[in-house]
Write a protein that binds this ligand. Structure first.
Ligand code: ADP
Ligand code: MG
Length: 434
């Protein structure tokens, strides 16, 4: 019979082959804590990694162990150096669950996120001190959640007994509603108001939740007055948060508000390399450059591109080469979407409605001009990554609230008005095929 080390290497190789998304370089650091034939206990470097494996890889480890040994094996994950009890550690409802990938170390800093990153590092070093609250905003996939995890990792490392609560806004609202339903409001309040660090993701979901806003307002004050740290994220700036009470919005601006922008080409290259390294992949600079040039939108899509390349390499048995990467990505329609400019949008709209650019940029408010202008703003918001201010700038120097209002109006119309929907569809497809 092969020795345990060899067998375990075989298992890891199989796991990597099954699932390219959840393979990490640190799998090399896993060890066998115990193997008695029917039960394999795997030791991980820390609790977050053990939890990652339980959440994402248990089925594949079990399948791999079965494949490598030829019989049924059940797999458990524990932490190296800690005694593994047979009952897997039960995570209490409130325990902090952090993604092992989302650390400062794994975060690439560039001009698009330098301020956000620096403020997060500062907060994790001295919570409640400098930037309170810290408010991060930016569109989807730009690293807000990653940075929140990194703050928690950082603080927990520095002060293992710091009380940290990290949850999504939806979770916050659900727990609040639950606590009312079960007559446990004061327990809920205690749990939150006694923390050192409160982190809430996607706070925009508080809109139209009046009671939750009220509760959050009091919680905010209690924490703030006790110099406890609050970190929030949203998909837009505090002032743009729709239907949120003014007194909350003004508090969000008390500390530091930091925006995350889409990464530049150079930053995208560095991110691709970092992500590849995390997964234990060797990709040349040539390939990283190619991916970064091809995928413009958010960072999640960059990771998606890597996954496709890796999976293709695994299934075909090919080495990862530039040619192979091109072939693998060539079939991904989403990746080949071209970068659309505001000018292209404006040209399409002026053609479609037979208006002049100078009219769109003028102060004219007649419906025949105002509507196409608003449609331009809406489409520019949907199809480009320009800020509200930049879009306003292209359309006669209008300010961001005007653009925001236009976007909201056209969006509502596109839901209620079939005729508008059809116009938008026709415009969108003509812009995409220019
Ligand atoms: P958001 O919360 O802003 O929607 P996430 O934090 O979920 O975005 O990030 C999406 C993915 O992109 C995650 O896998 C994250 O690790 C990655 N990511 C975002 N920004 C960076 C960065 N600067 N460096 C490395 N990875 C990043
Ligand atoms: Mg997020």
């Amino acid at each position: 019979m092969q020795d345990t080390t060899e067998l375990f290497l075989n298992i890891i190789e199989r796991v990597k082959g099954f699932d390219s998304v959840n393979t990490r370089k640190w799998f090399e650091d896993l060890v066998v804590l115990q193997f008695d034939g029917g039960m394999l206990e795997v030791g991980c470097p820390d609790q977050d990694k053990a939890q990652f494996l339980r959440d994402n890889c248990l089925a594949n480890f079990t399948k791999a162990a079965q494949g490598a040994t030829g019989h049924l094996v059940s797999v458990r994950f524990g932490v190296t150096g800690q005694k593994l009890s047979y009952a897997e550690p039960k995570l209490s409802q409130w325990s902090l669950k952090l993604h092992p990938d989302y650390t400062f170390e794994n975060f690439v800093v560039g001009p698009c996120n330098r301020l956000a990153h620096a403020s997060c590092v500062a907060v994790s070093h001295s919570p409640g001190d400098t930037y309170n609250p810290l408010f991060l905003y930016g569109s989807v996939g730009l690293g807000k959640t990653h940075l929140q995890h990194a703050i928690c990792h950082g603080l927990r490392y520095k002060k293992p007994d710091a009380k940290i609560r990290f949850l999504s806004c939806e979770e916050f609202v659900n727990r609040f509603i639950n606590s009312i339903e079960h007559g446990k409001l004061s327990e809920f309040q205690n749990k939150f108001r006694t923390v050192d660090l409160l982190v809430i993701d996607d706070i925009q979901f508080l809109r139209e939740r009046e009671q939750s806003q009220e509760e959050f307002f009091h919680m905010f004050n209690a924490l703030y007055n006790n110099r406890k740290q609050i970190v929030l994220t949203a998909d837009c700036a505090p002032g743009e948060l729709p239907s949120l009470e003014d007194r909350l919005i003004s508090r969000f601006k008390w500390g530091l508000v930091a925006r995350l922008d889409a990464p530049s080409y150079e930053t995208r290259i560095a991110i691709v390399q970092k992500k590849a390294h995390l997964r234990g992949l060797d990709i040349s600079e040539e390939i990283a450059t190619y991916i970064a040039g091809k995928v413009h939108a958010n960072i999640r899509e960059l990771e998606g591109a890597l996954t496709i390349i890796y999976a293709t390499a695994k299934t075909s048995g090919e080495e990862i080469s530039l040619q192979m990467a091109k072939h693998a990505l060539g079939e991904q329609e989403v990746l080949t979407q071209k970068n659309i400019t505001i000018t292209e949008i404006i040209n399409a709209v002026t053609d479609y409605y037979d208006v002049r650019l100078s009219d769109l940029q003028s102060k004219k408010r007649s419906q025949s001009i105002a509507l196409p202008r608003q449609i331009c703003m809406f489409l520019a918001r949907q199809m480009t990554r320009h800020s509200l201010e930049e879009i306003g700038g292209h359309l006669g120097g209008r300010d961001h609230t005007t653009v925001m209002h236009a976007c909201g109006k056209i969006k509502d119309m596109s839901i209620d008005d079939q005729h508008m929907r059809k116009q938008l569809e026709e415009l969108t497809s003509s812009i995409r095929t220019v």
